[in-house]
Design a protein. Sequence first.
Length: 325
Amino acid sequence: MHPVAFIVYPGFELLDTSGPASVFNGANRALGQRGKPAFYQIGLVSAEGGAVESSSGVAVETQAIAECRPGAVRTVLVAGAEREHLLPAVADPALRAALPQLVREAERFGAVCTGGFLLAALGLLDGRRVATHWDACKPFAAAFPKVTVDPDALYVVDGRLWTSAGVTTGIDMALAMIGRDLDATIAGEVAKRLVLYARRPGYQSQFSPLLRAQVKGDSPFAELIGWMQANLDAPLDVPSLAARAGMTERTFHRKFVAATGETPARFVEIVRLDAARMLLSRGLSLKSISAQVGLFPPARLADAFERRFGVAPRLFRDMHADLQA
């Protein structure tokens, strides 16, 4: 058995634990169908034990952290929460006393979403690279300068440390753990059973430029950006986009930068390259992708891709295409 302890506290985000826990349970189910014993033993742990209420009002039964024998728990994961619930957890004397030793003796430890704040506050992440919720990246980096925050990754694996970004990415991270602990076939079966759209590898962005722009409800360019995404192979220069938006080029440029934080040219390139990355992960040829995303000839795509991601697109495809199988 592989005991997994989720560290929770009043006001924790329920999905940070229920999502990964369901994934681990799914792996046990898949093993059972093969006539094999369960692998994961799932437990919820809190400072004092007993019932702990999540931010959604749903309470869970927990074991007191002082009762957890260091070394007996092989994976320790801290759930995230909003700031007003996270700060009391960071200051909790029971967690501060017992969590470091539990982490030191574990085979693997980490956090889902903002749970990394608790680990960082205990000095357990110094010199490490981590992921966290997109909205918490800047505060995290400012509060813990010895920790490197990756603002793009869905999850980050740094030795024994596993951290995931916003909420549902804990599911992606748990699937990756299953792939490493057991095999990719089991992870794929779990993803299918839970009706997940895809098993997203950790390199994918947790919050794309497209979503970042569209999340602003008052954005005047939401419709235009949706059209851009569906027409990446079309001319997406400023004159064409300004005309489609019904603005002069100067007005369009100024308002677009204000709405998205990027120049039109930069925004278009980022969206095209993100699309190219997804297509490469499916094993498509560079020539085909180049035409689909509007970065032609392929040499132009290759140069832009390597400039942004630091790796040649062909090498990226070789490294990651099998992850979507």
